[in-house]
Write a protein that binds this ligand. Structure first.
Ligand SMILES: [Zn+2]
Length: 151
């Protein structure tokens, strides 16, 4: 886990992601290498605009950047954690979301928040990686048979 990520209540999910997703590990390496950045995860009962998650970026004069990631309670954290982290990486890469929107790689919600194809793709890819590993484990470990039933 990068030292500059505060997982909040999502520590368990993040350890699982680190264990099972190469894509998530790459994201963490990228974030850990960005010294001026801090990522703080939180949870909320609801997120504006009916979304499942939201990330807001605060830039400070001294150059520090704090990303506040809020995930809606009881949503698919395994997809949303990497999805929102990708939005953070977009910001540290200075991706211009208006340009992305012009190229149809991003679009805005009614409240003005941007969604990007890139973040959606990463969230889905990580979830596939986690599911694939889980399936592989399931296939290599024989299931316990229930006790025989007699009529
Ligand atoms: Zn998004």
């Amino acid at each position: 886990m990068p030292a500059n990520v505060r997982p909040g209540m999502f520590q368990h999910e993040m350890i699982r992601l680190l264990d099972r997703s190469e894509t998530f590990r790459e994201q963490c390496t990228r974030i850990a290498a960005t010294r001026y950045l801090r990522v703080v995860f939180g949870v909320a009962r609801s997120v504006p605009d009916g979304s499942r998650a939201q990330t807001s970026i605060e830039r400070f004069q001294a150059g520090a950047v704090v990303a506040l990631v809020t995930l809606k309670f009881a949503e698919d954290y395994i997809e949303l954690i990497p999805h929102e982290l990708e939005h953070v990486i977009e910001q540290i890469e200075h991706v211009r979301l208006a340009d992305e929107a012009a190229r149809q790689q991003a679009w805005r919600s009614r409240t003005g928040a941007y969604e990007t194809r890139r973040a959606m793709a990463v969230g889905l890819r990580v979830r596939q990686e986690v599911t694939a590993t889980t399936t592989a484990v399931t296939h290599t470990v024989p299931a316990l048979r229930p006790p025989e039933q007699r009529e």
